[in-house]
Write a protein that binds this ligand. Structure first.
Ligand code: PSU
Ligand code: MG
Length: 238
């Protein structure tokens, strides 16, 4: 774990989804490579780091531009969405996700999800995990939510997400869990603290921006933010 910043107590926790709760980042890479391969291109890490956490059409614009794909962003996004139909329902949970969600829920810490996905893709990915995800107070799907004007790295999605808790916490009282550079930037721009759990190799200068970086949700140091430590979990499987 790395942390150099001064930390304060948090009352509410906001989770990212892809690459944090769900092991979908590898699925996104498979889908991108399946389409790009037809044009002799591949989805390199540099491009992935730029698009992770962005909404669908923004992602498509960047991919076709950065990799010089002979498709319009709309055409690329249509192909991607078609592939999602078969790939995304297979999404699995990442290590520590279920335990952490159940732990916070059983300790009455308000939790929510802020994902850049559209509602349609969210529904595809979460089919097998409905019971666990019902523990969240609310879910914001930035890709299709009218109130979210700009995608990550803009702060909009996290500010909208905070405003939908009954208690309407101030940004500085929210702790964000994120895997992606764009997500960490968005949380910081919103004035929130963030624990980064990278899902792919991330350059040091990006990790340095997060308040804390850990390798897995199993190591999330909640106690540094005044939240009940995971060891004190009262849930069944602890
Ligand atoms: O390799 C990729 N990673 C991530 C994305 C995008 O990033 C979002 C990640 O959402 P989240 O905010 O839950 O991490 C996905 O919905 C998708 O739009 C993508 O297109 N390609
Ligand atoms: Mg993510």
């Amino acid at each position: 774990m790395t942390t150099l910043k001064e930390l304060r107590s948090a009352s509410h926790v906001i989770f990212d989804l892809d690459g944090l709760i769900l092991d979908t980042e590898k699925l996104y890479t498979i889908v991108a490579n399946a389409i790009l391969g037809q044009y002799g291109k591949s989805f390199n890490l540099e491009t992935k780091l730029k698009v992770m956490g962005s909404t669908g059409l923004d992602m498509a614009k960047q991919v076709v531009e950065l990799l010089e794909v002979p498709l319009s962003p709309e055409e690329y996004y249509e192909q991607v969405k078609k592939e999602y139909q078969t790939v995304m329902p297979e999404a699995q949970l990442l290590p520590g996700a279920a335990k952490l969600i159940e732990h916070l829920h059983s300790n009455n810490i308000p939790i929510a999800i802020a994902t850049s996905s559209s509602q349609v893709t969210y529904d595809l990915k979460t089919q097998k995990h409905k019971e666990l995800l019902s523990k969240f107070h609310h879910v914001v799907c930035g890709g299709s939510d009218a109130e979210v004007k700009n995608g990550k790295p803009a702060p909009d999605i996290f500010l909208v997400c905070a405003s939908r808790f009954s208690e309407k916490p101030k940004p500085e009282d929210c702790l964000v869990l994120e895997d992606a550079p764009n997500g960490v930037e968005a949380a910081l721009a919103a004035g929130m603290q963030t624990i980064m759990v990278p899902s792919v190799e991330v350059p040091k200068d990006i990790k340095d921006k997060a308040h804390v970086v850990v390798a897995s949700l199993e190591q999330a140091p909640l106690e540094l933010f005044g939240l009940p430590a995971i060891e004190k979990c009262r849930c069944k499987d602890s």
